[in-house]
Design a protein around this ligand. Structure first.
Ligand SMILES: Nc1nc2c(ncn2[C@@H]2O[C@H](COP(=O)(O)O[C@H]3[C@@H](O)[C@H](n4cnc5c(=O)[nH]c(N)nc54)O[C@@H]3COP(=O)(O)O)[C@@H](O)[C@H]2O)c(=O)[nH]1
Length: 748
């Protein structure tokens, strides 16, 4: 009803009273009039009372309507619907909100209790029904939480509450109840629970601060990582965690980003409660209130020490040689480029010293890689300790090292460094039970004279190193433009050598060795020559080294053994019976276990007598691989091969090994014979070597005898055999045969 309808009846009563009053005035006497007036007044009072009561009723109804409206609104907001069941009549009423919660069209009506039960999923139904029955039994308000399948098929979480009213006799009159949709609440609760679990069990440390950046809470991972509990840090500023290593500007950038973007992440250094410092990867985000003000800062972080250590290890591995810990090729290239850039700016010099170890391969192959590795480690330590801290020492691989010295003022200082390196590397190495020797061959290239860039400098230092090798090893050489020609030359030799065997370009010359006692030719030494199609006769010094490095020495060495023995057989056939054949054996042949087999084959093939063959091995080869030498010499000796130690005095002989080698002869190196009459030291060595050979029961052969004075001296000292230009140069086979006939007398 509207307001207008409420006022209308009231007005009607007033008009009626007024009409009665006016008609009474016009139609009645005074006595009657008074009585009548009283009646009318009474009627007017009654009318007024009726009107005012009705007005009150209308107000109450309006209030009720407003109350219902408010109730509806409240139910909608709280998502609580209500219902009422009149038990005697079974009449069920639902509030608007209940229809909405249950997803049922109000036109369809509320149905009954059974219909409601059907909407409860089977798993919850029994529980709900039992609660309802219990409320009757116990006459207590009841509450139950259950799921409900709405009219649209949606599953909701409902909290139902109800109470039943009874009359004086205990009969149930009605049940009133509410059903609250707590689906969102439960979902939120379960999300909160999930977040709580994540917070507690997160492997990442989490720290939450308020808008003033005071710590509100931390999770267990925070305590594990930092050592601080919540009690330790609550209310404090997180800067208490800082290690003081992160620059203030970095923190300023961090806060600017948090203020502007609400987010920051980066790496900072912190300190644990126990004082340990560590890098951490930190992410900070903010939570704002409805007004947009920052309420919380949420920081989560992890210790990245392990990652940084792994990165450092990878970086180290990428830039260093695994075996020696020195810089590697990659690192050298980087540092060299940098040093050259500085040198260009400052007009200074950079020196590259390219170092190759002499005969390292022999040690490595014969004593095993672990010994070779240990030798490389010791060499690298010596190199490192011999140069300035600012100089770079790198290992390129194998037995190749480079020292880079920047800011070089005097070329002489580079020579001093090189000299020092030759000295320290050349000193003996104690590795396990072995005393080993190696020497360096060093090539030097200096920026800017020897190359404008790293590549050219490396190439030229390498060429200079080859030059040092060719110059007899164990020395250093400055680069000279002609060295590149030498390197090219070496390459050409290498290519041509591959074909020389097939093309039968090798030839043997024979140098007679004279017995000082009889004056006769005792043996001839087979010395290889290369009859090069363009260069003519090439001396072995020019190609034996290349053949050794390329492995070609093996087939060439075999060819020498077979050719020399064929020649010896030819001498025998020509009636030369008592001259033996000396053959040079290289380090590679000594290492190869086929040498005794080859010797055996050739002796058999040419029906040579035992003792016709002399194998010469150099002192350095024997001493570099003493165990192997002992083994091979024993086998050869057992076959009757005579064994000579060549170039004696040029290497480092160990007397104990000397005793163990199955030797027959010592060949005193030419360099000592040269000194006879001129150099007292050389002479002393000659005397000592002759004495040593005889003391060990060995025959002494003096090499390179060129003068009568040398011959006289050697003869006087009791030298057994001599070889040298004084008697004969190495000769082609026919001339050698003639020489022997002339010296030893012709049988025919
Ligand atoms: N593995 C092999 N190595 C070989 C072979 N043939 C030679 N060689 C090695 O080359 C080195 C140089 O030999 P070569 O140029 O033939 O020189 C020899 C003689 O010519 C030289 N000699 C002899 N007497 C004198 C002399 O009075 N003066 C002087 N200036 N030189 C002289 O000495 C070389 C022989 O020395 P050695 O071998 O130590 O007895 C040579 O040393 C071999 O190492 C080969 O077939 N296989």
């Amino acid at each position: 009803m509207s307001g207008r309808q409420i006022i209308k009846p009231g007005r009607g009563y007033a008009l009626l009273a007024l009409a009665l009053l006016v008609s009474g005035l016009l139609s009645m006497h005074l006595d009657y009039f008074v009585a009548w007036l009283l009646v009318v007044a009474g009627l007017a009072v009654v009318a007024w009372l009726l009107w005012s009561r009705q007005r009150n009723n209308q107000r109450v109804i309006a209030g009720l309507r407003q109350g219902r409206q408010q109730l509806r609104e409240a139910q909608r907001l709280a998502q609580i619907g209500s219902w009422e069941l009149e038990i005697p009549t079974g009449r069920l009423t639902w509030s608007e909100e209940l229809y909405r919660i249950f997803g049922i069209d109000p036109q369809a009506g509320p149905g009954d209790y059974q219909r409601f039960l059907q909407m409860v999923p089977a798993e919850d139904r029994e529980r709900v029904d039992e609660a309802y029955r219990a409320s009757f039994r116990e006459r207590e308000p009841h509450e139950v939480e259950h799921r409900l399948i709405t009219g649209s098929g949606q599953i909701k979480q409902i909290r139902s509450r109800w109470e039943t009213h009874f009359d004086a006799l205990g009969n149930p009159l009605r049940t009133i109840g509410t059903a609250q949709d707590i689906t969102d609440l439960r979902r939120m609760e379960s999300q909160m629970q999930l977040l709580g679990t994540a917070f507690h069990h997160s492997g990442e440390a989490i720290l939450i601060t308020d808008h003033d950046n005071r710590i509100v809470t931390v999770n267990p991972a925070f305590t594990t990582l930092t050592g601080y509990t919540l009690e330790d840090v609550a209310g404090k500023n997180p800067k208490l965690l800082s290690a003081g290593r992160t620059l203030p500007e970095e923190y300023e950038r961090m806060w600017a980003s948090i203020r502007q973007k609400g987010y920051w992440q980066g790496e900072v250094w912190d300190r644990r409660k126990d004082g340990g410092v560590y890098p951490k990867w930190l992410s900070i985000s903010v939570m704002r209130d409805d007004a947009g003000e920052i309420r919380y800062h949420i920081a989560h972080f992890t210790d990245v020490s392990a990652e940084r250590a792994a990165e450092a290890r990878l970086h180290h591995m990428a830039h260093h040689d695994m075996l020696t810990g020195l810089a590697n090729r990659f690192s050298l290239k980087e540092r060299l480029e940098h040093a050259l850039a500085v040198a260009r700016r400052e007009s200074s010099r950079v020196a590259l010293l390219f170092i190759d170890l002499d005969r390292f391969k022999v040690i490595n192959d014969t004593l095993g890689h672990h010994i070779g590795d240990e030798l490389l480690i010791q060499v690298s330590q010596r190199l490192r300790s011999a140069v300035r801290d600012s100089d770079l020492v790198a290992r390129l691989g194998g037995d190749e090292f480079v020292v880079m010295a920047s800011g070089v003022e005097q070329m002489s200082s580079v020579a001093t460094v090189a000299e020092k390196l030759v000295k320290v590397v050349g000193e003996p190495y104690a590795i396990g039970p072995h005393t080993l020797y190696t020497t360096p061959s060093i090539g030097i290239a200096v920026y800017p004279m020897d190359g404008e860039n790293g590549e050219a400098l490396m190439k030229n230092a390498d060429a200079a190193m080859y030059h040092a090798k060719a110059a007899g090893r164990n020395n250093f050489q400055f680069f000279d433009a002609r060295m590149n020609e030498a390197a090219i030359e070496r390459l050409n030799i290498e290519h041509a050598l591959h074909q020389a065997l097939e093309r039968d370009e090798f030839v043997l010359y024979y140098q007679p060795v004279i017995d000082l006692g009889s004056g006769r030719v005792s043996c001839v030494e087979a010395l290889i020559r290369w009859r090069h199609p363009e260069r003519g006769l090439v001396a072995p010094g020019l190609f034996i080294g290349v053949a050794e490095e390329t492995g070609l020495i093996q087939p060439i060495g075999d060819w020498v053994v077979w050719t020399a023995c064929r020649q010896l057989a030819a001498f025998r056939a020509a009636g030369i019976a008592d001259v033996k054949m000396a053959i040079n054996i290289s380090a590679v042949q000594m290492r190869n276990s086929s040498l005794p087999v080859v010797a055996h084959g050739v002796i058999d093939a040419y029906s040579l007598a035992r003792g016709d063959l002399i194998f010469e091995i150099t002192e350095s080869v024997a001493m570099e691989q003493p165990d192997e030498t002992i083994r091979v010499l024993d086998v050869l000796r057992s076959m009757g091969v005579t064994l000579a130690l060549d170039d004696f005095g040029t290497g480092y002989s160990s007397l104990s090994y000397l005793r163990m080698f199955a030797l027959d002869k010592l060949k005193l190196d030419r360099s000592f014979v040269e000194g006879i009459g001129e150099d007292i030291d050389g002479q002393v060595i000659c005397d000592a070597t002759i004495g040593l050979a005889h003391a060990l029961g060995l025959t002494l052969v003096a090499e390179g005898v060129e003068t009568e004075a040398q011959l006289d001296y050697l003869r006087a000292r009791g030298c057994d055999l001599v070889q040298g230009y004084l008697f004969s140069k190495p000769l082609p086979a026919l001339e050698a045969e003639a020489f022997i006939r002339q010296r030893n007398g012709s049988p025919g």
